[in-house]
Each structure stands twice: as C-alpha cells, then as structure tokens.
Ligand binder design. Structure first.
Ligand code: NAP
Length: 337
C-alpha cells in the first residue's frame, strides 16, 4: 500500500519526522510564517492527514474540499481554529496535545505574574537604557515598588489542567489564597488545595490577580469585557495565557488607560502577531510575550511526540490516544482503509 500523504504546516523536530516517515509520505511547510490559507487549502486537498498548528484555519470550506483527508493532528491543546462539528460530520478525526504542556504554561503564567507584580521588564529597561545611572539613584527606599504576593488573592478562571497547576503553585509556593470560577465545581481540588469557588463577578471583585485558563469557545469569547473589567480591583493584575479572544482588547486598553486595573501580563492576543505600535505596547505596566506558553524544549518535544503517537495510532487503525471529536468513531473507523 502506498504511504498516506501527511502535510506538516511548520517545521518540527527531526527525530519526530523520522519516526513519522515510516508510516507517511511527508511534506513540510518550511517557512517561519504559517502557510497562507490558499496554500493550506491546496495541500489539504491532496493530503490524507494534516499536522497542524493553532495558526492554521481548518474551517468547513477546507474540510469539505479535502476529500481524502482523514485526520487533523493538532500540535496544541486548544483547537478553536478547527471546525470540530464539520470534521465530525465528515468523519475526519481531530486530535490535540493535552497534559504535556500544562507545566510549561503554568510556569509562564507565573513568569508573567511575577514580571508584572515586580515590574521586571520596566526595571530591566531602567538599567539597560542607562536611566539608573543617569539619575544616580543607587538604592532608594521608594524605587520600583511592586506588589507582594504572599497573602494576596489569586482568582483562576477555568480550573482545568493548567488553571489547577497555577493554583497549586500559588498555594504551595507563594502562600496565596486562591479562588476560582469554572463551569464545574471541583470539590476534590477545593479540599486538596484549600481553594474556594466563586461566581465570576465575585471572583473579579475579590482577586488581586486574575488569571485566565478557559478554552476559547462561543461562551468564553470576550468573557472579560468592559463590564467585567470594571468589577476588578484598582490594584489588580490581569493575566491571560489562554486565548486572546477571551478578553475584549479595546475594553482592556480602556481599563489600563483609565486605571481601573494596575497592570496586565499577556501571552495571547486577539490579533497575532500583535502589530507594531499597538496601543498595548504603550503601557509600562503591561508585559507582552509572543504566545510562548508552551515554548520549552521539553514541552514542545513532548507535544510533537504526542502528535506522532496520534498519527501512528490512526495509521494502525487504532483510536488516537487524545482524540477530540470522540463521536467521529461512529461515522468512520480509524485508519486509511
Ligand atoms: P482544560 O483542562 O480543558 O481546562 C479548561 C477549563 O476551563 C476546564 O475546567 C473547563 O471546564 C473550563 N471551562 C470551559 N468553558 C468554560 C466557561 N465557559 N466558563 C468557565 N470555565 C470554563 O484545558 P487546559 O489544558 O488547562 O488549557 C486551557 C486553555 O489554555 C486551552 O484551551 C488553550 O486555549 C490555552 N493554552 C494556551 C497556551 C499558550 O501557549 N499560551 C498553551 C496551552 C493552552 P470543562 O472541562 O467542564 O469544559
């Protein structure tokens, strides 16, 4: 049997590609930027399998035209770029990479919390660009004061894998009080970590730091809008390592400009890449990083390995270990036969 064709939308680790080459005929998009939609569409029409990133729009139009396509193996836990309903109807398997990136994203969340609370980026610029020396400040009792974390309240929105790990670090590492909001009460974690449930509005009113960990869905789109931002404490910090569209950017800019909140740490944006001179870049109290939540060597390799496991399982006619659209098995059995 001829090997099925796999189109890979970004360069990934060589050892993973080697492993996949035993099963698939592989073509890789080798540019630093993502394949434009038209290219992706043409490649998808010829492909039996796609290995995708969150920057690839896998919409109904693409899925309907990709007649041979049987599996979309996404290298991310989020899959808001894929039309899951259409994929399921057409019998296209969709997989993601949950779990393996939890630690990396939780750690980046903490990097952002600390960077904003202790003004790390601003302080680095103060030293780097000579301001410290120019002002002859030396050590000053009122210089670069930030917020201490111990005893403060962390509000987690979405107590899933990443949210609960961020909560655990808050309790065990920083001695913070943690409150959370989620669609489901997690009484096991409440007991285990000593954390408490709040409805969203109460959480926003009580928290000193609000950290977002929900997936992007119809329900969570602009979940943090002007009305919600106005509920936050004046001294509060907003952290978003989930998806940009969960926060209304215009409202956030207004909140920062008018001082409704004290600062923000953002890994994700409504528009990625964030254009130069975007209003968010003007705030000293905002730390911006380019969607690097899962960007550690260990995690990116583990994500690629899990993608490969999914693709190999599917090739062998097994249900992939991290299948997103479980109902697809009723439409078509796994495999290329
Ligand atoms: P997860 O385990 O599924 O956690 C998400 C949590 O949010 C779940 O407890 C979920 O409840 C809850 N939730 C869903 N809809 C909600 C709503 N409308 N209101 C309140 N809570 C809601 O996912 P995860 O692995 O922690 O990842 C979370 C998100 O982080 C991903 O979806 C992804 O978008 C983002 N992420 C970003 C990066 C990055 O590079 N910055 C990397 C990885 C992930 P149910 O389980 O009941 O639905």
């Amino acid at each position: 049997m001829q090997k099925p064709k796999l189109y890979v939308t970004r360069e990934i680790f060589e050892d993973i590609l080697k492993k996949l080459e035993q099963y698939y005929e592989i073509e890789v998009w080798d540019k630093y930027y993502p394949p434009p939609y038209e290219v992706l569409l043409e490649k998808a029409k010829q492909a039996d399998a796609l290995l995708t990133m969150l920057t690839d729009r896998i919409d109904a139009n693409l899925l309907q035209q990709a007649k041979k396509l049987r599996i979309v193996a996404q290298m991310a836990v989020g899959f808001d770029n894929i039309d899951i309903n259409t994929a399921t109807k057409l019998g296209v398997y969709v997989t993601n990479t949950p779990g393996v990136l939890t630690e990396a994203v939780a750690e980046l969340t903490w990097a952002l919390i600390l960077a904003v609370a202790r003004r790390i980026v601003e302080a680095d610029h103060f030293v780097r660009w000579g301001e410290w020396s120019r002002t002859k400040t030396g050590w000053h009792p009122l210089m670069m004061l930030g917020a201490e974390l111990k005893g403060k309240v962390l509000g987690i929105i979405g107590l899933g894998r990443i949210g609960s790990r961020v909560a655990e670090i808050a309790v065990k590492g920083f001695g913070m009080k943690v409150i959370y909001y989620d669609v489901v009460r997690r009484e096991d974690l409440e007991k285990q970590l000593g954390i408490e449930y709040r409805d969203l509005d109460t959480l926003l009113q009580e928290a000193d730091i609000v950290s977002i960990h929900v997936p992007l869905t119809k329900e969570t789109y602009h979940m943090i809008n002007e009305e919600k931002l106005r509920k936050m404490k004046k001294g509060a910090i907003l952290i978003n390592t989930a998806r940009g569209k969960v926060v209304d950017t215009e409202a956030l800019i207004k909140a920062l400009r008018e001082g409704w909140i004290a600062g923000a740490g953002l890994d994700v944006f409504e528009e990625e890449p964030l254009p130069p001179h975007h209003p968010l870049t003007a705030f000293k109290n905002v730390v911006l990083v380019p969607h690097i939540g899962s960007a550690t060597y260990e995690t990116r390799h583990a994500m690629a390995e899990l993608v490969a496991e999914n693709l190999i399982a599917f090739y062998e006619g097994r249900v992939p270990p991290t299948l997103v659209n479980k109902d697809v098995v009723k439409v078509r059995p796994p495999g290329f036969k």
